[in-house]
Every structure is written in C-alpha cells, then in structure tokens.
Design a binder for this molecule. Structure first.
Ligand SMILES: Cc1cc2nc3c(=O)[nH]c(=O)nc-3n(C[C@H](O)[C@H](O)[C@H](O)COP(=O)(O)O)c2cc1C
Length: 115
C-alpha cells in the first residue's frame, strides 16, 4: 500500500523511513495521488489536523484507505485526535496511534497493518 505522510519536526518521517515503503511526503497539500494509500500525519494545535494535510485530503479523498497518526500523550484528551478527525470526516479507519517517533514494536505493528 502506498504511504503518504506529513511531518513537521521529523517524527513521522522517521517512522516512514523505518517502514521501508514507497512514500510521498506532503509539502503544501497540492500533491496528487492516483492509487490507494494510507495517510500518516502528526497532530497539530490542540487535536487538529495539520493544514497541509487538510488541503491534501480535500483533493485526494477518493483513494484514502486509512490513517496512522502520531501525537504526544502530554496533550491529554487531544492525543492523536487528528487521526480521529480524519477517520470521521472521510469514513476510514484510524488504524494506529503512535507516540512521537514510536518504538520498534510500533514499527512492527504498523508494518503488519499496511501490508
Ligand atoms: C505546536 C504543536 C502542537 C501539538 N499538538 C498536539 C496535539 O494536540 N495532540 C497530540 O497528540 N500531539 C500534539 N503535538 C505532538 C506532535 O503531533 C507529535 O510530536 C508528532 O510526533 C510530531 O510529528 P512530526 O515530528 O513528524 O512533525 C503537537 C506538537 C506541536 C509542536
């Protein structure tokens, strides 16, 4: 499965690198994808979907198959809420929530999910 990701401070990029899969990085949200994909995103603000991810999804919802989200438990109730918001809005599953850049166990679990 193709992976599309957004990363501001490098955690999501590190996760995707360790998966060893074909991946497209969202820069400004104007990118297009014409095959099924899973989106990997970080959480911004207080439980918010990053703006470039919102823009990307507006133009590319047709092939979206699921979301993997990174966050930080220090944000309490807003932990990884970007993933829940995308799942609700686009009627896909939030497949996995990972703290920051994840552990080796997280990477193994995510590998299984995206196969
Ligand atoms: C300004 C800011 C706001 C954040 N807000 C949240 C939040 O509401 N919920 C959450 O779970 N994590 C939040 N985080 C944590 C990031 O989503 C998390 O560290 C993530 O791994 C960053 O991914 P990246 O390094 O790929 O950009 C926030 C981080 C920053 C810097």
């Amino acid at each position: 499965m193709k992976v599309v990701f957004a990363s501001r401070t490098g955690n999501v990029e590190s996760i995707v690198d360790r998966l060893g899969v074909d991946a497209l990085q969202i820069q400004d949200g104007s990118e297009t994808v014409n095959e099924d994909y899973i989106i990997f995103t970080y959480t911004d603000g207080y439980g918010d979907v990053p703006m470039e991810v919102e823009d990307f999804l507006k133009g590319n919802s047709e092939h979206l198959k699921g979301v993997v989200v990174s966050g930080d438990t220090g944000y309490g109730e807003a932990y990884c809420q970007a993933g829940d918001k995308i799942a609700d809005e686009y009627h896909v599953e939030c497949l996995y929530k990972v703290e920051n850049d994840g552990t080796d166990d997280d990477i193994e679990e995510i590998k299984k999910l995206i196969q």
